[in-house]
Design a protein around this ligand. Structure first.
Ligand code: UD1
Length: 337
């Protein structure tokens, strides 16, 4: 298939581009490079030997997007274009809603105009809000106590896609609810390159290991979990990338949501010790106050994706730590450094 990968130069986008190419698909990236750079795609090309067409365009501008995409044909869209920093979203809600909602509306409008009927959307386990029952299944209610505009933008996008599909039955869409993506391609050539101080755990740990940060702050140790620290379902980004390929290749009529997770929960301290063991570097940490908006535990039931997409996460947390380190140690300051 010829796949339009919206937001394809970002962390998940670059890994997904590589997985698509490895499965014989053609990739066309559209990205505004507001939080990414062309180097990631150049490295995907070097790793795969394939050529990736890149269009620089802001998808939240409908007219510009129509023009930018006019000369390009594609059979499906994987939509990963969006802003994703939770804290920033509470400070800049208008920017977050404009970017994350308008880009989806515009992509859907252009898809409809051009009769492109396959969509895979990058959603998040954050749409479940505070989990009522673990592990999380796709039929868990959405929108229960979401604490920030970023999270709401994901839940709203899911609803927009459902409403558009109801009015346009030819559209087949998949909502991929990511748990916590970590790791990198094992080559260490592509990886997560956060701007400023990382807000997510794994890149922070990797920056402590390389000496860019002194110590990790562990956000709270009195959650009702085994060691008191927050528990998450960390999924290797290459497993996540392959989940997009499986979703695309098994796309059915209507709208279907799938969890992309491993089904295994790890605490903050589990991740720290997995990293220390995999990499052989001690990670100093201190316990600080819990972060507002964090839940105690979020773990996927990934069985639906297994049953319907034939997809399962195969890589371990140790693999993810090793690969994060391969990326961090060979690119201490990220891309372009
Ligand atoms: C966060 C977002 C989520 C988003 C996801 C991917 C929040 C509340 N949730 O998920 O909406 O989809 O990132 O970008 O921000 N931790 C520390 N110290 C740190 C960083 C994190 O102890 O410096 C802990 C957290 O408290 C949590 C775990 O590590 O228990 C994972 O945190 P993080 O990587 O930020 O992911 P989430 O909060 O699960």
């Amino acid at each position: 298939m010829r796949v339009l990968l919206a937001g394809g130069a970002g962390y998940i986008g670059a890994h997904t581009a590589l997985a698509l190419i490895e499965h014989g698909h053609e990739v066309l990236v559209v990205d505004d490079f507001s939080n990414s750079c062309i180097d990631s795609i150049q490295r995907v090309e070097a790793l795969s030997g394939a050529t990736v067409t890149v269009i620089e365009n802001d998808l939240s501008n409908l007219e510009a997007s129509r023009v930018a995409l006019a000369g390009h044909d594609f059979d499906a869209v994987i939509h990963l274009a969006g802003l994703k920093a939770v804290g920033e979203s509470t400070e800049q809600p208008i920017r977050y809603y404009r970017t994350n909602i308008d880009s989806t509306l515009n992509l859907l409008e252009i898809m409809r105009e051009r009769a492109v009927t396959k969509l895979v959307f990058s959603s998040s386990a954050t749409v479940y809000g505070t989990p009522e029952l673990l592990p999380l299944r796709e039929d868990h209610p959405v929108g229960n106590n979401i604490t920030n505009p970023y999270g709401w933008s994901k839940a709203m996008n899911e609803q927009i896609i459902r409403d558009v599909q109801a009015a346009w039955p030819e559209l087949g869409a998949v909502l991929l609810r990511y748990f916590n993506p970590v790791g990198a391609h094992p080559s260490g050539q592509i990886g997560e390159d956060p701007s400023g101080v990382p807000s997510n755990l794994m890149p922070y740990v990797a920056q402590v290991a390389i000496g860019r940060r002194e110590r990790l702050s562990v956000f709270g140790n009195d959650y009702p979990t085994d060691d008191g620290t927050g528990v998450r379902d960390y999924i290797h980004v290459m497993d996540l990338a392959e989940g997009h390929v499986a979703a695309l290749e098994h796309l059915r009529d209507g709208v279907t949501a799938y969890n992309l997770g491993t089904g295994r929960g790890s605490s903050v301290l589990d991740l720290v010790s997995a990293f220390e063991q995999a990499v052989g570097i001690a990670i100093p940490y201190e316990i600080v106050a819990a972060r507002a908006g964090d839940v105690a535990e979020a773990v996927a039931d990934p069985s639906l994706a297994h049953a319907e997409l034939g997809w399962t996460a195969t890589r371990s947390l140790a693999d993810a730590c090793r690969d994060s380190w391969a990326w961090q140690s060979s690119n201490p300051n990220g891309y372009g450094a």
